[in-house]
Design a protein around this ligand. Structure first.
Ligand code: BES
Ligand code: MN
Ligand code: ZN
Length: 499
């Protein structure tokens, strides 16, 4: 999809379709008023006759509107003006893009981006419009031999801004939106790929390809390297699998030499059977999504590279399958992690924390400004927060705050859970320094408590995306989250670095 920005009158646009909004009940938005005046009250007549109320989700396509240069005018329902906020704005853009795609015109000129959204500026409206448009049009059909082709697909979207002095900010926001959308698409593609294709080796190859394309540095540690480093908890998860594990290190060094890096760590379990603590069969296919943390970190790195952010950002991706097998780790086994803590593995299905803890130890060598890990870590997080908010736990409140704010701006939101020392009790083991599970109560918190033991040397935040990384059921598929959150966080950091 090609995107562009424009400022100009809706009635004068030579385009397949001009898109304007109508509030409930039957109230034309400002750009719709302009169209109506040029069309000598044509829209107003339609509304009075009851063709459109302006309810959210509604769309009315008009042909041959008098006095208008465009082939068509699309009216999009916006709901009540008083209630028009981020969510409603995003829904209106989605309706517009979906309808345009079904309409058969090659391009659309969208005036919804001129609508005021409370607390948000023009840059936000443009970024979100690009993200929602890309989201609406995303398909994963690379594994289907017959793809359902759209006969006359939408090729170009133009987003309008009211004033010429908004153009520069809008253009910059457009670039940001596109980079984030492409990062999300990469994350979705990787996560949607099944585990027989998206193996640890595949992830490593994709990271190498990305590095070559965008001028990033990349290094892939093999099993022997991990043995040298004593990444034993990571290796203990890989033992049951015939696929070789990989540890990917990808670096975007756009900041000042010596500026402390932000380190992103992504859980890369390409399939989680549970291991010897085998999962039940229903919905086990969804455990191909257990590398969504890794996918989102790689997607974010691509966006950061595209935008040439003036920051040092390092991605660490420990990746392996979690399989049962004759050599697999067994419940009760005790393993010495990279930082020397011994871990009693009471449940081999709590494997995410076992690969992340060695990655967190490895992160120390970069003297990080902060470390953020991203993981589909606990079913408990799905129970606590559902599919709306990702879980956030951190050992530093200002980092947590920064991530919450980035999440709000990105519309990729998080909710902080307490990382209290009191919960560490639950990880006590009779046979090792700590156990890898803490029982049913507060499962998301005890998982983060486990990780916190390996993240003592720097500011650290943990995102549990078990409920937000993918959708189940009829619309099954990756969401690309939290690429928007992470990229907005880094954009914020980049603005600071520039000052
Ligand atoms: N990958 C799962 C967590 C998960 C569950 C992600 C559902 C997405 C949807 C993780 O490795 C896991 O199995 N966690 C266990 C931990 C338990 C054994 C302490 C869980 O949540 O049941
Ligand atoms: Mn598991
Ligand atoms: Zn898992």
């Amino acid at each position: 999809m090609e995107f562009s920005i424009k400022s100009g009158n809706p009635e004068k646009q030579r385009t397949a379709c001009v898109v304007v909004g109508v509030f409930e009940s039957r109230k034309l938005s400002a750009p719709a008023e302009v169209v109506d005046r040029a069309a000598k009250g044509y829209l107003g007549d339609l509304l009075r006759r009851g063709d459109m109320e302006g309810k959210a989700g509604a769309a009315l396509l008009l042909h041959n509107v008098p006095g208008i240069e465009a082939d068509r005018v699309l009216l999009v329902g916006l709901g009540k003006e008083r209630e028009f906020r981020a969510k409603e704005y995003r829904a209106a853009i989605a309706t517009a893009v979906r309808t345009l795609q079904e309409t058969g015109g090659f391009d659309g000129t969208v005036y919804l981006t001129e609508l005021p959204v409370r607390k948000m500026d023009v840059a936000w409206r443009i970024r979100q419009a690009v993200l929602v448009a890309a989201e609406t049009l995303y398909r994963f059909d690379q594994l289907k031999s017959r793809k359902d082709e759209v006969r006359r697909p939408l090729r170009k979207l133009t987003f309008c801004v009211e004033r010429r002095n908004e153009l520069a900010a809008a253009e910059a926001a457009l670039k940001e939106g596109q980079a984030i959308a492409e990062g999300m698409a990469l994350a979705k593609d990787l996560a949607n790929l099944p585990s027989n294709i998206c193996t640890p080796t595949h992830l490593a190859d994709r990271a190498r390809a990305m590095a070559a394309e965008h001028g990033m540095a990349v290094e892939v540690l093999e099993r022997a390297d991990m043995e040298q480093l004593a990444m034993n908890t990571l290796l203990s998860v890989a033992r049951g699998s015939h696929e070789p594990p990989k540890f990917i290190v990808l670096k975007h060094l756009g900041g000042k030499p010596g500026a402390k890096p932000v380190v992103l760590v992504g859980k890369g379990i390409t399939f989680d059977t549970g291991g010897i603590s085998l999962k039940p069969a229903p919905d086990m296919d969804e455990m191909k999504y257990d590398m969504s943390g890794a996918a989102s970190v790689l997607g974010t790195m691509q966006a950061v590279a595209r935008l040439r952010l003036p920051l040092n950002v390092i991605a660490l991706v420990p990746t392996t399958e979690n399989m049962p097998g004759g050599r697999a780790t067994k419940p009760g086994d005790v393993i010495t992690s990279m930082n020397g803590l011994t871990v009693e593995i009471l449940n081999t299905d709590a494997e995410g924390r076992l690969i992340l803890c060695d990655a967190l130890s490895y992160a120390e060598r970069f003297d990080p400004d902060c470390v953020i890990d991203v993981a589909t870590l606990t079913g408990a997080c799905v129970i606590a927060l559902g599919h709306v908010l990702s879980g956030l736990l951190a050992n530093d409140d200002s980092l947590a705050r920064e991530l919450q704010d980035a999440g709000l701006l990105a519309h990729d939101r998080v909710w902080q859970l307490p990382l209290l020392d009191d919960y560490q009790e639950q990880l006590k083991s009779n046979f090792a320094d700590l156990a890898n599970i803490g029982g049913r109560p507060a499962g998301t918190i005890t998982a983060a408590c486990f990780l916190s033991r390996f993240a003592q040397k720097y500011d650290w935040a943990h995102l549990d995306i078990a409920g937000t990384a993918y959708r189940s059921g009829k619309e099954k598929g990756s969401t690309g989250r939290p690429v928007p959150l992470l990229t907005h966080f880094l954009l914020g950091r980049a603005r600071e670095a520039d000052r």
